[in-house]
Write a protein that binds this ligand. Structure first.
Ligand SMILES: [Zn+2]
Length: 634
C-alpha cells in the first residue's frame, strides 16, 4: 500500500471517530447537500406519506409533504436545473413540474396550485395553441432554467389529491423512483421504529398445515417494548408454508401509516427472505397487487407484505434463495424465527416467533372454519357436519370420492385440488352443492372464454397467475338492468386488461350506451363501443358491469360573470364530463377545472374593451351529450 493511501485511510478513520458513525444510508459522495427541501426549507416538516408506501395499485413514488391544510406555499427548485416536463391533468398529479438536474436526476413537484410567471406564460402559449387546459409539455434545455432555491410554483391540491400538500419525487435519469429521504433532509426527523401488527401463516399445498389444519392463520402480535414484538404462542407448521406481515412505519410527531423500507426474515440463523424498497420502476408498479395479499385487502383493507415471492411477481425488490420464501417443513423440529423491519432512517423493530414442525393428525383440537366452502391457494376447503363418510366431487367426465382430512367436534374437513378437474357439484350425502362451473385460465397465454352472452379475451399479460374464471348475467330485482358478472373480484387482481364482448338483445341507443362498473350502487363509466350488434369494452378489474344509456346532457350553472372573471359549475349525472370549452365572442378562453368541486374558472380573462361580450360555454359528457350555455357580459 502506498504511503499516501495509508494516510488517507488514517485520516478517514480519524474523521469517523470525530463525527461518530457514518450515516447508515449515505447518498453518493459529494451529493449530500445536492438537494434542498422543496417547501418550507430549514424548518421542521412532517409527511403524510413516504416513498414505498403501499397504495392500492402502486407503491407511493415520493414524499407527501404536509402544508398545514394551506395552499399557495412557495415551492422551490430543489437544485439547479431546467424544467423538462410540465403536465396538467384532471386527475393524477394535477398541475406538476419536472426539473432535470446536471447530475442526471429528475425532481417532480405535484398537485400544485399554480406555476410562477415564466412557466405559466410558457404553458399558456401551448394551452391556447392546443385549445386545452390539459397539456403535457417537454420544454427544451434552454427554455426554463432555474437555480437551486428559486421559486417555481405554489403548492396546492390539484389532481387526485385528498387535501393540500406537496408531492415530491426524486428519480434517476431513467425515471427509476428513488427514495428522497436518503438525501439527508434535516427538515424531516424520524426516530420512531416501524410498528408490527399481525403475522399471517398460510399453506401452499394440499398436504400443508398451519396449527394442524389447512388455513391461513392471522396472529395478533404482542408488543414487548418500543422495538420488540413477539407472537404469543408457538406456531405449528407442516408442508409448504409462507409468511405474511402487517407492518407500517410511523414518523415522529404524526400518526400516518407510512411505508417501511426493509424486511429481513430469519429462520434459525439463516436469512431466508429480504425485501428492500429502495428504488422502483414504473413498469413494475402494478405488481404491488401480488406483493401484498390482495384477497385480504379486499376483505379487510389490511395490506400484508408477503414474505415470499408470489407467482407472477416481477418486482426486483427481493433477495432470497431458491425457495423464494416458501418453506417446506417436513420433520419434527423447532425454529426460532426473527423478522427485522427497518425504515429508511435505519430505525428497526424486531419481531420474534417460534415455529414447531408437527405432522398432521386426523383429530384436531383447532377451531375449524364453519364456512361450507372456501378456497385458498387453489385448494377447495369443504366442511361437512356429523358425517364421517366420503363425499362425492362430481365432474363432467368422472366423479371422485374423497375422505375427510381432519375433524374437530364432528366437523369434518375435505380438501380438493382445484386443478384436478372442473367441478359441477359436490354430493355431501344429505345435500348437493351445485357449483358455478369455472374454467382454469393460465397466465402468459392468450385465452378465450365463452358463455352464451359474454366472450372474454385474456391477453398474454392479463394475468399474474392461474385463475378459476366464470362469467354470469342476470337481471336486477325490478328487471330493469342486466348485470354482467365478470370473474371473481374478491380473489383475483388483473395485471393487464381483458377484452369483453357482450351480446345484448335489448334495443339500446348505441351512441349513448356504454359499460359501467357497479360498486356499492354507484356506476363508473368504463367506456366501450358497439360493433355489429355486439358491445366491446376492456377492463383491468373483475366485478359487476352493466350497460347504461346516458341521454341527459351536462348541467352548466353560472357562478360569476364579469369582465375579469368567469366561473361556472359543470356537472354530469352518469357518464361524466369529457370536455368543456368557453368562448367569448368566438375566442377560446383558458379555464381551470377542479373535478372535485365541479367548477371551471377563467385564468387570465380580462375583457378590457367596452364592447359587450357574447359568452358561450359548451360542455360534453362521455356519451357525447352536449349542453351550450350562452349569455352576455356587459
Ligand atoms: Zn403523493
Amino acid at each position: 500500500m502506498k504511503l499516501s493511501k495509508v494516510i488517507t485511510l488514517l485520516f478517514s478513520l480519524i474523521v469517523y471517530q470525530l463525527v461518530g458513525q457514518p450515516p447508515k444510508f449515505s447518498p453518493p459522495i459529494g451529493e449530500e447537500d445536492y438537494y434542498m427541501f422543496p417547501i418550507r426549507p430549514n424548518q421542521p416538516n412532517t409527511l403524510a406519506g413516504n416513498m414505498g408506501e403501499l397504495r392500492t395499485s402502486h407503491f407511493h413514488a415520493g414524499l407527501d409533504i404536509r402544508t398545514g391544510g394551506r395552499k399557495g406555499l412557495p415551492v422551490y427548485a430543489a437544485a439547479d436545473g431546467y424544467i423538462s416536463r410540465i403536465s396538467i391533468s384532471e386527475g393524477g398529479y394535477g398541475k406538476a413540474l419536472y426539473i432535470s438536474h446536471p447530475n442526471g436526476e429528475i425532481t417532480v413537484y405535484a398537485h400544485l396550485e399554480k406555476f410562477t410567471e415564466d412557466i405559466t406564460k410558457y404553458t399558456q402559449n401551448q394551452q391556447y395553441a392546443e385549445k386545452s387546459l390539459h397539456v403535457k409539455l417537454f420544454p427544451n434545455k434552454n427554455d426554463l432554467i432555474f437555480k437551486k432555491g428559486d421559486i417555481i410554483a405554489y403548492s396546492g391540491n390539484s389532481g387526485s389529491s385528498g387535501g393540500p400538500h406537496l408531492h415530491f419525487e426524486i428519480r434517476d435519469k431513467n425515471h427509476v423512483i428513488l427514495n428522497p429521504l436518503k438525501y439527508n433532509f434535516e427538515e424531516i426527523k424520524d426516530s420512531t421504529s416501524p410498528i408490527v401488527k399481525k403475522l399471517a401463516i398460510l399453506p401452499f399445498t394440499i398436504d400443508s398445515r398451519v396449527n394442524g389444519i389447512f388455513q391461513r392463520k392471522e396472529i395478533e402480535i404482542e408488543q414487548k417494548s418500543k422495538v420488540r414484538y413477539n407472537a404469543p404462542d408457538t406456531i405449528e407448521v407442516f408442508g409448504k408454508i409462507g409468511f405474511e406481515l402487517l407492518t407500517y412505519d410511523k414518523l415522529d410527531g404524526v400518526n400516518f401509516k407510512c411505508g417501511i423500507s426493509e424486511i429481513d426474515f430469519y429462520i434459525g440463523n439463516d436469512l431466508v427472505f429480504n425485501q428492500k424498497i429502495d428504488s422502483l420502476k414504473f413498469s413494475t408498479q402494478r405488481n404491488i397487487l401480488v406483493h401484498y395479499n390482495y384477497e385480504r385487502y379486499i376483505e379487510t383493507g389490511n395490506k400484508f407484505h408477503k414474505m415470499y415471492i408470489d407467482n407472477g411477481n416481477m418486482l426486483d425488490i427481493y433477495n432470497t434463495n431458491e425457495h423464494k420464501g416458501k418453506f417446506i417443513f417436513d420433520e419434527s423440529c423447532i425454529y426460532n424465527a426473527l423478522v427485522k423491519i427497518s425504515d429508511v432512517y435505519g430505525n428497526e423493530s424486531i419481531f420474534e416467533f417460534v415455529l414447531k414442525c408437527t405432522s398432521p393428525t386426523f383429530n384436531t383440537t383447532q377451531q375449524i372454519d364453519t364456512q361450507k366452502i372456501s378456497q385458498l391457494n387453489n385448494v377447495l376447503v369443504i366442511q361437512n357436519n356429523n358425517k364421517d363418510s366420503t363425499i362425492q366431487i362430481l365432474s363432467p367426465h368422472n366423479n371422485h370420492s374423497i375422505s375427510p382430512k381432519y375433524v374437530n367436534n364432528n366437523n369434518f374437513t375435505y380438501l380438493w385440488k382445484m386443478n384436478n378437474s372442473s367441478i359441477q357439484s359436490i354430493d355431501l350425502c344429505d345435500s348437493l352443492i351445485v357449483m358455478n362451473p369455472q374454467e382454469q385460465v393460465p397466465p402468459n397465454t392468450v385465452f378465450d372464454f365463452y358463455d352464451d352472452k359474454i366472450k372474454t379475451h385474456f391477453r398474454k399479460n392479463s394475468l399474474f397467475d392461474t385463475i378459476y374464471y366464470s362469467t354470469d348475467n342476470y337481471y336486477n330485482a325490478d328487471s330493469t338492468m342486466e348485470i354482467f358478472s365478470i370473474g371473481n373480484p374478491k380473489l383475483y387482481p388483473l395485471r393487464n386488461s381483458i377484452d369483453l364482448t357482450i351480446l345484448s338483445n335489448k334495443n339500446f341507443d348505441v351512441n349513448k350506451t356504454h359499460a359501467y362498473k357497479i360498486s356499492e350502487n354507484k356506476y363508473s363509466f368504463s367506456g366501450g363501443v358497439w360493433k355489429e350488434h355486439q358491445f366491446h369494452f376492456s377492463t383491468r378489474e373483475f366485478g359487476e358491469y352493466t350497460l347504461l344509456t346516458d341521454s341527459i346532457a351536462p348541467s352548466i350553472t353560472p357562478i360569476t360573470l364579469s369582465k375579469s372573471n368567469l366561473k361556472f359549475k359543470i356537472k354530469d349525472d352518469l357518464s361524466g364530463i369529457k370536455n368543456f370549452n368557453v368562448l367569448v365572442n368566438e375566442k377560446w378562453i383558458l379555464m381551470d377545472y377542479d373535478y372535485k368541486t365541479n367548477q371551471i374558472w377563467s385564468v387570465d380573462f380580462n375583457s378590457s374593451n367596452n364592447e359587450q361580450g357574447i359568452i358561450k360555454v359548451i360542455v360534453t359528457d362521455n356519451a357525447d351529450n352536449e349542453t351550450i350555455y350562452t349569455s352576455i357580459i356587459k
